[in-house]
Design a protein around this ligand. Structure first.
Ligand code: FES
Ligand code: MG
Length: 586
């Protein structure tokens, strides 16, 4: 991307007349008057209502989402692009989801934000929408909302931060926080060093710059065809992101009223491309949950096992943390996603269509790799094929669980050991520092009631910190099993997303401390080694936990959330509806 202009985004599209916005602004009587005159109060004169496309700019800016704190600047650039192309931009705020602050977990609110974005698009005079996103959940939430609303949409993420720099070396979001925290606990660094590290990590606007969830979802939005080429990688503060924002605004004008809707772009073939690319970039396990939910909105048949099967076809080619050495800045300068796609084109579907009107592979045709250390050649991968996301099933996870192999210790991938079970994350953390804890390197650490319904919201706690006793013994990894997720920046031999979760009566609820648990990644199995009679006995004695909340959003969420293997969406949000202009009340 670095030395390359965005390929022409000017492929003509078929416009379906009339534009949605004409139902609001095109009427010569009272209703049109009412729609127009309030915009006139904002200084928008009559020429704005001459039939030009209205482009909604869905802005997830919030100071409570620092990763999206610069989106106002990009929004201004998008507006310039819209105006230059003859459109009428109208920006609106959308619920913003920030990882650093939202409790109990931002994931509890992904579906709420998606629902809000869907309804805002549908209820307003919008002909196409630019989705301004960045932090982890904002990209999938906006994509899900736009997918269900069915109005043409294009994504612009805020871009990754510049590299963190500490004591002369690159440090990465999340990844180095996990590392340094364990070093602090182990006493190998001081509190002062830890504080200095804190001020060295986040040096610019932007989202996490490792291949965590934000970068992964940005890359996958591009891979799905919903973003202009190269849009995922450019640093947030790179001036070319402003240019990209202008181009995005202009392209939204072209898309307005066309049949290049999210459903037409995000087909099964586009998802297959995204799943393969996720393997090649060493993407976050969270992408599994988000893509499954997004596919559910579009009626695209995508299954958990697709991530294992399709992903296993490609090696890990991008040498980025947490699986490798570099950060998004180097990825962008090495050519970014277009260069990777150009390398991968024989492994990708060519019959997709993207927001440019061309296929993903056509968009990226000829994009060069400028640094083969960062974007590896096929014959020199970071890891061979089959070391991405594996899906395991068995008596402990009948509907599946995932493990990110590139982040796991190879010697633990075929492992049997005694379970040490905790009913909540707090219960484990209360004893994690205890030097007398009955735990060894063989132990399989299990935390349950951390799933979509149980926690609720399926937080990123699956990369449980190691017991202090093991850290002191120099151990840095062990098998951990939960119904939670883990941060895309994290690493470790962590079996995640166990389905069904404990809180709905999945077998994870019945495992006890001392049971032998077997993780057999080559055989794709996760089993608790007890016989069926014993399992049935335990199941019949099980009482479902009392739902934690009886009103409001959390109640609605816990009543309707689906399991991780189908994306943890709300059951009544699955699917999409067309968005003709809604009826007028007067
Ligand atoms: Fe926002 Fe990582 S905290 S992207
Ligand atoms: Mg995260």
């Amino acid at each position: 991307m670095a030395e390359r202009e965005t390929p022409s985004a000017a492929v003509p599209v078929t416009r379906r007349e009339p534009l949605r916005s004409r139902a609001w602004f095109g009427d010569g009587g009272k209703n049109g008057f009412i729609a127009r005159h309030h915009l006139r109060a904002m200084g928008r004169g009559g020429h704005n209502f001459d039939g030009r496309p209205v482009i909604g700019i869905c802005n997830t800016f919030s100071e409570l989402t620092p990763c999206n704190g610069h989106l106002q600047i990009l929004s201004d650039a998008v507006k310039r692009g819209v105006l230059q192309a003859g459109g009428f931009p109208l920006e609106f705020p959308a619920m913003s989801l920030g990882e650093p602050f939202l409790r109990p977990t931002s994931m509890l609110y992904r579906n709420l934000a998606a629902m809000e974005i869907e309804e805002q698009i549908r209820a307003n005079p919008i002909d196409a929408v630019v989705l301004l996103t960045g932090c982890d959940k904002t990209t999938p939430a906006a994509l899900m909302g736009a997918a269900s609303a069915g109005v043409p949409a294009i994504v612009l993420t805020g871009g990754p931060m510049l590299n963190g720099r500490f004591k002369g070396r690159n440090v990465g979001s999340g990844t180095d926080i996990w590392r340094m925290t364990e070093e602090l606990r182990a006493g190998t660094i001081t509190q002062d060093e830890f504080t200095e590290f804190e001020s060295s990590l986040n040096r610019s606007a932007g989202h996490c710059m490792t291949m965590g969830t934000a970068s992964t979802m940005a890359c996958l939005a591009e891979a799905l065809g919903m973003m202009l080429p190269g849009g995922s990688g450019l640093p947030a503060v790179d001036a070319r992101r402003g240019t990209l924002a202008e181009e995005t605004g202009a392209r939204a004008v072209a898309l307005a009223g066309s049949d290049l809707t999210p459903r037409r772009i995000m087909t099964r073939a586009a998802f297959e491309n995204a799943v393969r690319i996720n393997a090649a970039i060493g993407g976050s396990t969270n992408a599994v949950v988000h893509l499954l939910a997004l596919a559910g909105r579009l009626g695209v048949p995508l299954e958990l096992d697709d991530f294992d099967r399709l992903g296993a076809e490609l090696p890990l080619l991008i040498d980025l943390m947490p699986s490798g050495r570099f950060l998004m800045e180097e990825f962008a300068y090495a050519g970014g996603l277009p260069a990777l796609v150009n390398d991968l084109q024989d492994a990708l579907h060519r019959d997709t269509v993207t927001v440019t009107g061309l296929s993903l592979t056509a968009n990226c045709q000829g994009a060069q790799v400028y640094d083969r250390e960062v974007i590896r050649a096929f014959d020199n991968p970071v890891l061979p094929a089959g070391r991405g996301t594996a899906v395991v099933r068995g008596s402990l996870a009948p509907d599946g669980a995932v493990i990110k192999l590139s982040a796991a210790a190879p010697h633990l991938l075929d492992h049997t050991g005694p379970a040490l079970v905790f009913d909540s994350i707090e219960e484990y953390l209360a004893v994690a520092e205890d030097p007398t804890l009955d735990v060894s390197a063989e132990t399989v650490l299990i935390v349950r009631n951390t799933g979509p319904r149980g926690y609720p919201g399926m937080p990123e706690v699956g990369n449980l910190p190691l017991p202090k006793k093991l850290l002191d013994a120099g151990i840095r990894d062990m098998v951990r099993v939960s119904d939670a997720r883990m941060s895309g920046t994290a690493f470790g031999t962590c079996v995640l997303h166990v389905a069904p979760e404990a809180a709905v009566g999945g077998p994870l609820a019945f495992v006890r401390t001392g049971d032998q648990v077997r993780l057999d990644v080559p055989g794709r199995r996760l089993d608790v080694l007890i016989n069926e009679t014993e399992m049935d006995l335990r199941r019949s004695a099980w009482q479902p936990p009392t739902p934690p909340v009886t009103r409001g959003w959390t109640y609605l969420y816990t009543e309707h959330v689906t399991q991780a293997d189908t994306g943890a969406d709300l059951d009544f949000l699955v699917g999409s509806t067309d968005s003709p202009p809604p009826r007028q009340a007067f």
